[in-house]
Write a protein that binds this ligand. Structure first.
Ligand code: NAP
Length: 225
């Protein structure tokens, strides 16, 4: 467990769900203080207890409301369905000033989730920028990582493309990618998140066509260490 992890608190808003719980598990395992956020505190407390049980009691995971989690964290991660993206961000906006915000949201529009359907802002992450304003650094990451990988300890056969509003923000997020046991790449400015978010529909389409559950992507021809 490194010292930086001990000093950092990560809020996972919607961490009661599939993707958020998996990320929370991996970060708590790496030594981060993790806060699970929910619309319902009781649901968050149950999810936190579930993660601690998976870690045999050896982690710091606490459940609370989304605004409380955002207020207490240094880094805030959002893992809710796109339909809940704006409302959840509006509910924590006042707690986000000066923080690093990592958006995992994919702007899927059911039932056609195999088709790329981007919002007017360009991407979900760019929409988050508009909602949060300039005082939060926004990063988009993990959209291509299936939750099926995350609650286990095995290697994940999918890389994480990290886009964001500054190089510094992307580097901070890449530390969390590594802490989660994943391989990450600085994929450039936040405008590039349109490609990464859109790629998720391509992967869902591949899952559907080829009978898989967690198709992924790997960057080849480059070294990131
Ligand atoms: N699942 C994956 O494999 C995967 C992979 C990559 C990216 N993603 C993206 O990550 C995000 C979360 O996916 P998920 O599969 O974890 O979703 P999920 O399990 O369906 O939902 C996550 C959490 O979001 C909150 N939520 C659900 N519906 C809501 C609503 N109508 N209004 C407000 N909050 C709502 C709930 O938390 P509370 O009830 O506790 O508030 C729920 O536990 C999505 O944008 C998805 O596209 C998912």
């Amino acid at each position: 467990m490194d010292n930086e992890a001990l000093m950092m608190t990560i809020a996972v808003l919607g961490g009661t769900g599939k993707e958020g719980k998996g990320l929370a598990y991996r970060w708590a395992k790496a030594g981060y203080q993790v806060l699970i956020g929910s619309r319902a505190t009781e649901k968050a407390i149950l999810a936190a207890a579930e993660i601690i049980e998976l870690l045999d009691g050896a982690g710091s995971v606490v459940g609370m409301s989304n605004p409380e989690a955002a207020a207490q964290a240094n880094i805030v991660v959002l893992t809710v369905p796109y339909a809940a993206h704006r409302d959840t961000l509006e509910s924590v906006k006042d707690q986000m000033k000066g923080k690093l915000f990592i958006d995992v949201t994919v702007p899927l529009v059911p039932p056609k989730v195999t088709k790329v359907q981007m919002p007017a802002a360009g991407s979900a992450a760019q929409e988050a920028m508009q909602i949060l304003g300039e005082e939060a650094e926004v990063v988009a990451a993990f959209q291509n990582i299936s939750h099926e990988h995350l609650l286990g300890n095995g290697d994940v056969a999918c890389d994480v493309l990290v886009t964001g509003t500054s190089r510094n923000a992307r580097q901070e997020a890449l530390k969390l990618v590594e802490a989660a046991g994943l391989t990450g790449w600085d994929a450039g400015p936040i405008e590039n998140s349109v490609v990464v978010e859109g790629l998720t529909s391509v992967l869902i389409n591949i899952n559907k066509q080829y009978g898989s559950t967690h198709a992924g992507i790997k960057i080849t021809g480059a070294k990131n260490k």
